[in-house]
Design a protein around this ligand. Structure first.
Ligand SMILES: [Zn+2]
Length: 253
């Protein structure tokens, strides 16, 4: 029941995240004005703005002009719902879970903004870092020193890659935004999760890059955003990090 509520709450938040993903990089307010159809400019009615359901009822078209609604909108709503449900399923209905939901929402916005614009908005990462560190004092989870160490190692590792990794990943494969994102991940999840995030992020990013190059969808010199892969790594370490670390430690023995 609580997991279903978390899903529904997440899909409503996801509806707001869609607005953030579109408006934040354009420097527009995320509060006003109300959402409009990009086709005909008519404001979207409240009852046509129910997450996922409205898209299905309207069969993916605007009620006024019949223009297709991007499938991205219900996808982000469903994804946020699933991630919120997973967070509550994993951490229980606790203060720790509540502190992680904004972090998960931030990861969704960062991943899609980076996909669209090859940029990670500082307006999300920079205020999030102190919030993550403070959560260590308030709600449990990784202790604050663990989080500080995580923020430093996350950003520090990418800084080294940025300095010396031009050889490995090509020119400006990563930017300052990725550094701030890793500091955010460290602040919320601690240093062990940073290691898992970097590992999963680099592996999945390289795999996706090589696949796209093989399919000739991406030129060798073209830029591929790294943020979505770091976000994926952070989510995997959020839900399965402990299991991965335990499995790895078991293999060391
Ligand atoms: Zn319309």
């Amino acid at each position: 029941m609580i997991i279903l509520i978390a899903f529904l709450f997440g899909s409503i938040v996801g509806s707001f995240l869609n607005v953030c993903i579109y408006r934040l990089p354009r420097g527009e307010s995320v509060v006003a004005p109300r959402s409009r159809c990009p086709g005909c400019g008519k404001p979207i009615r409240a009852w046509d703005n129910i997450p996922i359901l409205s898209f299905l009822i309207l069969r993916g078209r605007c009620r006024d002009c019949g223009q297709p609604i991007a499938w991205r909108y219900p996808l982000v709503e469903g994804l946020t719902g699933i991630l919120f449900a997973l967070t509550v399923a994993h951490y229980g209905p606790t203060a720790l879970a509540a502190s992680l939901l904004p972090f998960v929402a931030a990861l969704v916005v960062i991943a899609f903004v980076d996909l669209d614009h090859q940029l990670i908005p500082n307006v999300i990462t920079l205020p999030g870092i102190p919030l993550g560190l403070l959560a260590g004092l308030a709600v449990g989870g990784p202790p604050i020193l663990d989080r500080i160490l995580g923020a430093l190692t996350g950003a520090g590792f990418l800084y080294l890659v940025l300095l010396y990794g031009g050889v490995l990943y090509g020119q400006d494969a990563m930017g300052e935004g990725d550094l701030n994102l890793m500091a955010l991940v460290g602040a919320f999840l601690g240093w062990k999760a940073v290691a898992v995030t970097l590992l999963v992020g680099c592996l999945s990013g390289s795999l996706a890059g090589l696949t796209l190059i093989a399919l000739r969808r991406l030129g060798r010199r073209e830029h591929m955003p790294f943020g979505p892969f770091l976000a994926l790594g952070a989510l995997i370490s959020l839900y399965w990090g402990d299991a991965l670390v335990a499995w790895y430690a078991g293999h060391l023995r």
